[in-house]
Design a protein around this ligand. Sequence first.
Ligand SMILES: *Cc1c(COP(=O)(O)O)cnc(C)c1O
Length: 349
Amino acid sequence: MNKIQFNINKITRENVQGLKPYSSARDEYVSDGSEMIFLDANENPFENGVNRYPDPQQRSLKAILAEQKGVSTSNMLLGNGSDEVLDLLFRAFCEPKIDSIITLPPTYGMYKVLANINNIDEKEVLLTKNFEPNVSEILQAVDETTKIIFLCSPNNPTGNSFSEDSIIKILESFQGLVVIDEAYIDFSSKDSWINKISMYPNLIITQTLSKAYGMAGIRLGLCYASEEIIGVLNKIKPPYNVNELTQQRALERLENVSLVKKEVASILMERERMITFLKEVNFVKEVYETDANFVLIKVDDANTRYDQLLENGIVIRNRTTQPLCENTLRLTVGTKEENKKLVEILKQL
Ligand SMILES: *Cc1c(COP(=O)(O)O)cnc(C)c1O
């Protein structure tokens, strides 16, 4: 397999290459720790914890992430949820009405929505019956307008991780960007692709604090890629895209990462109990392999079962309209008590 010739300038939008980013007060003067009087940003000087603009480069947060993830801070960009990070990718690399991207349904719905918002053509190449990327069809679908291929692994809503061989083949054969969305990586038995960013100049990893880290409410998305790619994204990101409260809460959580690991371990234990039980329910036809904090199941009639659970006070996700997902339901693993309640109700149905 030939290593691809990746050229960042060839795939970056012309207006982005040429633009000069907004320089904020906090960009121009970077504190060296000494006591200073800040009269540069037209802030209210009376301290209340959030009267100052947040650090536009989120230095403290990146420092602890660098340590925990084993990645340099120059390979990192943080955003207002992964959704903002993904949107920045469109705005940096995809020319509206001209460029295109490839997604692999059934998958996370935001890629398509963001493509539509940015007026980018979205080509869909279905996963195989085993929910693996159809590599030959993907590569056939690539043309000179294709800028990004979105891989979600572990995939939402199917739950499985994609095979390493397939991912490598795509990375090595495609001259555009390959995004691996690792929103569920902390629940996975497979390794993150983070430490491969130095090997593949076209690889972008996104992660989030919304799932395993239990912080969906603060909105923090993470992006890891080559310094070149991060450099382009930094040019176009809003200066204060990660607010002060988010930075503070994320920092507290990351400083206590052993608690996160304990919660993940407990969720994984519950997941296994849930899977064992689900396999015994008579209207459950299939329980799919999962590497995430949810389980996709095929039932006799998804709409009926969904309504029955709702009537009993349990909200799950009906995925029956998704391709390859006829009569499937997606169940998030809850607390022990919540899962017990789910089991009791399923037994009664
Ligand atoms: C939940 C989820 C995300 C998280 O998005 P945030 O904006 O960070 O909350 C990203 N990708 C996938 C596939 C998800 O399921």
